[in-house]
Each structure stands twice: as structure tokens, then as C-alpha cells.
Design a protein around this ligand. Sequence first.
Ligand SMILES: Cc1ncc(C[n+]2csc(CCOP(=O)(O)OP(=O)(O)O)c2C)c(N)n1
Ligand SMILES: [Mg+2]
Length: 333
Amino acid sequence: MNSESPDAPTEQQVQHRLLADMIRIRVFEERCAELYGETKIRGFLHLYIGEEAVAAGVMRCLGDTDSVLATYREHGHALMRGVSAESIMCEMFGKSSGCSGGRGGSMHLFDKDCNFFGGNAIVAAHLPLAVGLGLANQTLDRSDAVVVCFFGEGAMAEGEFHEALNLAALWKVPVLFCCENNLYAMGTSLESSESQTDLALKAASYAIPAWSVDGMDVLEVHRATTKAVAAIRAGGGPMFIEFQTYRFRPHSMFDPDLYRDDAEIEQWKQRDPITTLEAQLLGDQLITKEVVEEMWQAARAETEAAVEAADAAPIEPVDTLLRHVTLDNEVGS
Ligand SMILES: Cc1ncc(C[n+]2csc(CCOP(=O)(O)OP(=O)(O)O)c2C)c(N)n1
Ligand SMILES: [Mg+2]
């Protein structure tokens, strides 16, 4: 890995970073669940707990000029993309110091400076946006920039998925389509709703190179994405990866989660991406327990500082509440 450039991180450094990244997301989101119970965070809240390996593994393959789009389950993606924990937490609290000015909340994190284009609440609606961003890069000759679009397997049943993949393939747009297949779209299982459950095969029908990867194994996610991103940068056109993953929590805080067996959830928890990598690195003596503990402490400190800042931040004053709002009588004027 460090054979490409003397500054490139060693394999062990990459492994440590990926572990720390997943821990950061886990700690941040566990705290969000508590804050929801305290009604500090309101509205919708979709947790990514269990799926951290995907955002962490993919994001460590990207550079500053690349762009990222995600769904409403995007706190981890925003954190990994460089949006600060404080600015995300302020957004969750509805404070104007949040990354979307407190107007978006959990589902609409957005940060142009990080090339993070949401936080998109409508299933599959951001896939055409990803193709548009890729097309802009292509047209403006920013040929080394890759657009990475995360979406759930539920999005593959939407018309936008087919339109986006078709045009991306036809025009060789530099987009990496990342399907986070957690087997359920709210309470609807993949096998009860789709005739073709081999998602890579489905994507490949648009003449797009497509793979399936174990999304619980962050090293595998990182390896596969490194290859795909390099191929796209080299002009290979769009690619598709299905990450097979699982959410340990219900769809959202409103979901009683009655459609899955406890045994199934427990089985997937045995493959927790954080404990799996921790155990692997400890077993191979590539990390010490002290270093792992430091990662958890650092993540807790970062999250607590974000909560304190969000708590202390003022709410938006009444006189600016209509900023960015189009009133009925202004339409067409
Ligand atoms: C077009 C559209 N239809 C329905 C919904 C309601 N809805 C919100 S999340 C969701 C499930 C999506 O599942 P999936 O794409 O697999 O993502 P996951 O939540 O599993 O990460 C649905 C149907 C929506 N937001 N947008
Ligand atoms: Mg899903």
C-alpha cells in the first residue's frame, strides 16, 4: 500500500484508522439515540449502527475533490466526509449553527465545503443528482473527480435507479454507486419485494461493472472500493458495488421492528464490524488494548464536546425564520 508513494499510510495505519472511524460513528450515534429519548433531538432519526464498515471503508478511499451523496441514514457518512461532529449535532438539535442552518435536521445534513451533497430523504431521488454532478465534472474536465452515491437496496426498486444507471453507463459518467443492502426497506424484506435479489446482477444489466462485497468487513470494503475508485479515475465509467450489511437498530426511532426475528438480529450482531476488526487486530498483535481504549475515549470526548456545543448554541431568532422561504405571494412575481 505504501509502495505507491512514500507518504502513503502503511497497511497497519489504514487498519487503525478504519477501526477508529467506525468507533467514532458508533459512539456518535449511540449518543444520538439517548438524546432522542431526552427529546433534545426530534423529528426523524435513522441510525446506521451495524453498517459503519461501509461508510468508513468507502470514505477512506476518497480525496477532497470527490463528491458524496447519501440517504437519510447519513450521520456516519457526513462525519467521515469531514463535516464536524459539532456542526452535525447542532443540526440535529435544530440550531442555526448546524451544517444546514438547523433547517434540515438528521435527514438533511449538507456541507458544500466537504462536497457532501446530503442527506436525501426521498428514496432514490439523489441518484439522478449523482449522475448530474458526475456529468458536470466530466463536462468541466475535472476528470479525476469521482462522485460516490450511497443508497439502500430499497432504492433499486425505484424508477430513478434505472434512469440513473442507464444514463451513467451510456455517457460513461464517473460515479461509484454504493448499494447498502441491509435486507430491509423499512419493514419490507428484499426477498418479499424483488424478483431479482442478486443486486450486482441487476446493476450489471446496464453494462456497468458490478460486485458484491461483505459490508461487515471494513477491510474488504476498503479493498474493493480502492479498486473501483482507481478504475473510475482512470476513465472506466460508472461502477456499482453491493455492500451486504445489516442495521442492528429499527428502521427509525418510530419503528417497533416487528418484521424481524430477534435470532436474526443476534446472528448479525455476531458479525459486528467493530468487534470483528478489533478481535482480528488484537489476535494478530497489530494493536494493543490500550490503543483501542484510546479510540473509544477520543470518540466519546468528541461526541460530548459536540453535545455541549449544540446544547449551548442559540436557537434561530424569530426575525430570520423566513430567510430561504418563498411565500405564496412571491411565486411568479
Ligand atoms: C420515494 C419514497 N418512497 C417512500 C419513502 C418512505 N421510506 C423512507 S425510508 C424507506 C425505506 C428505504 O429502504 P432502503 O432504500 O433499503 O434504505 P434503508 O432505510 O434500509 O437504509 C421508505 C420506503 C420515501 N422516503 N421516499
Ligand atoms: Mg435497506
